[in-house]
Design a protein around this ligand. Sequence first.
Ligand SMILES: [Fe+2]
Length: 148
Amino acid sequence: MHHAHHNNLLPPLLEHFAAERQLVQSFLDRLDTLFPGLSADGNASPRENRGAFADLLFETIVALEDHASEEEAFMKKLALERGTPIQYERHIEDHAALAEAMNRIVDAYTIEDALDCARYLRLVLQRWRQDHIETFDKQMLGWICKDA
Ligand SMILES: [Fe+2]
């Protein structure tokens, strides 16, 4: 019964990962559309895109908050259901670190350094996609599969 229960968690978690990757990639695509020269250090136009960049920045922050609260609730529930403890503290710390990095962009955001903010957001989004999802989020998959 125990095993069947954890197997049932697998499909929604895989869906969650696919949706997260797609969402973060869509943010990166929008950022690259707003600032076409961002990755190549070309002729971006931060003034014109100021409003759209602010929208994207806040949507990113809200999406990370959703990501964090959803997963943290999931991990706490899983830890309660399991006999063995689950080490999810570092995952929660990484959510906080990503949120802090995004909030620093909000604090630093002025019309003069909009391009720097866009560059920094790009790095944070890449870290979310490449490091966070691939290490901390995937760790949850391991916990479920371990005794499935
Ligand atoms: Fe996460």
